[in-house]
Design a protein around this ligand. Structure first.
Ligand code: SAH
Ligand code: SF4
Length: 420
């Protein structure tokens, strides 16, 4: 999502006479687009700002912070880092050109007004990647999961017009980008006049230049049968579903304000696999949410064993001030959160390895994205079900769709042979 927002910001700046610097040494302005979801993300930003302060002693460089951290902290950022010259929240990006110019004349500036209707209409972002595009279909979130800062930093949920989305997708296709990822905090609740998310998917599926469609993320409480059916019968929508589970315990799910039970979540995975047998399911899980007992944690551990996700993003709970869970009195000690997280990771590694090994012998379509990081003689890309696959080949294959026979699974990478 931040990649998409950075592209939006870059487009706004380019339209107003700014250009991207070749490298940080030649930049007059350094912008940090930030995330507030976990404390660790914010700490890293402060570290990076401190690192880049050295440019200020060489010339008049301005440092700006944008994104959720800017929205959350506003003027407080000036106290946390003396390097920051301006702070611009998520709904004020159209004022950036003016703010940057003012920052060369004025002291610290902060623009963090909330605009719950801001959708940046009429700005079709320039996508930075040559092969795939992240396309924002909605902004904000109304779910208020009790641990989550997003509804506070990003404001109320609103959907972008399908006409603009289609224009954005078509433009990406004309530029040769063959894969798109539709983005929203909860795409299942996309709604614009009469159009819902499955209908939007069908519209995008009709655009000839696009070969693959992905989307993220989905909320289990809003995942409809209509969406599952749509995935099953649209050829371009890829066989991958990211569905954040967060916990396998009903009491914890309730305290998280997630609006579903572990049984409901499990049933959704069964339905998805029945409708789309080759689907990969991935998830997000939090270890050590306030009040989580060993027994409750064990339920998360067990259901992950039962469901067998292809991959899971696992986090230890991070207290975010302003959220409801931050006020809960029964916070789990840090070392227990970490220890539980490690147990989840260890188990998931075994499951992921097993899942990846299942692919051996099959033939997969790969969208070749780059030269492999390990070897110049190999290229890498993804299967439709989102697995990185490496195989012998040269740079001429980049941007092509090829069939590859999977011969090996090395950790979270598949290895294959190009079929002629
Ligand atoms: N809208 C998305 C999630 C966006 S945040 C969804 O609901 O699926 C991405 C992930 O970060 C969440 O799914 C959650 O697992 C994790 N996360 C959010 N807040 C967190 C917190 N306070 N501590 C730890 N992990 C958190
Ligand atoms: Fe956060 Fe929940 Fe909204 Fe996702 S759905 S962004 S976890 S509040």
């Amino acid at each position: 999502m931040n990649v998409a927002d950075s592209e939006l910001v870059m487009t706004i700046l380019k339209q107003n006479g700014f250009d991207r610097a070749e490298n940080i040494e030649t930049a007059d302005v350094i912008l940090f687009n930030t995330c507030s979801v976990r404390q660790h993300a914010e700490e890293r930003v402060l570290g990076r700002i401190n690192n880049e302060m050295r440019h200020k002693s060489l010339k008049d460089v301005k440092i700006g912070v944008i994104g959720c951290m800017a929205q959350r902290l506003g003027t407080e950022l000036a106290d946390l880092s003396r390097g920051v010259d301006f702070v611009v929240g998520v709904d004020q990006y159209d004022k950036l050109p003016e703010i940057i110019r003012s920052s060369f004349r004025e002291e610290f500036l902060s623009y963090t007004d909330v605009d719950n209707e801001q959708l940046y209409p009429a700005i079709i972002p320039q996508h930075q990647d040559n092969l795939k595009a992240f396309i924002t279909i909605m902004r904000g979130c109304n779910n208020f999961c009790s641990y989550c800062i997003v509804p506070y930093t990003r404001g109320r949920e609103r959907s972008r017009s399908p006409l603009e989305i289609i224009e954005d997708v078509k433009k990406a296709g004309e530029q040769g980008l063959r894969e798109i990822m539709l983005l929203g905090q909860n795409v299942n609740s996309y709604s614009y006049e009469e159009i819902n998310f499955p209908q939007l998917l069908r519209m995008v599926n009709e655009i000839p230049s696009i070969k693959r469609i992905r989307f993220t993320t989905s909320h289990p409480k809003d995942l409809s049968d209509e969406l599952i059916e749509t995935m099953a019968d649209t050829d371009k929508v890829c066989e991958h579903f990211h569905l954040a589970m967060q916990s396998g315990d009903n009491e914890i799910l309730k305290r998280m304000n997630r609006g579903y039970t572990a049984e409901h979540y499990y049933d959704l995975t069964v339905k998805l696999r029945q409708a789309i047998p080759e689907i990969a399911i991935t998830t997000d899980v939090i270890a050590g949410f306030p009040g989580e007992t060993e027994e409750q944690f064990q339920r998360t551990y067990d259901i992950m064993q039962k469901i067998e996700f292809d991959h899971a993003y696992m986090f230890k709970y991070s207290s975010r001030s302003g959220t409801r869970a931050a006020e809960f009195l029964d916070q789990v000690p840090e070392e227990i959160r970490l220890e539980r997280l490690q147990r989840l990771i260890k188990q998931q590694e075994v499951i992921t390895t097993r899942k990846y090994k299942n692919a051996i012998g099959s033939v997969r379509e790969i969208y070749v994205e780059n030269i492999s990081r390990r070897s110049q003689e190999e290229v890498s890309g993804k299967t439709r079900d989102f697995k990185v696959t490496v195989f012998p080949g040269d740079s001429q294959l980049i941007g092509k769709f090829v069939n590859v026979k999977i011969v090996e699974a090395a950790g979270w990478t598949l290895k294959g042979k190009l079929l002629k």
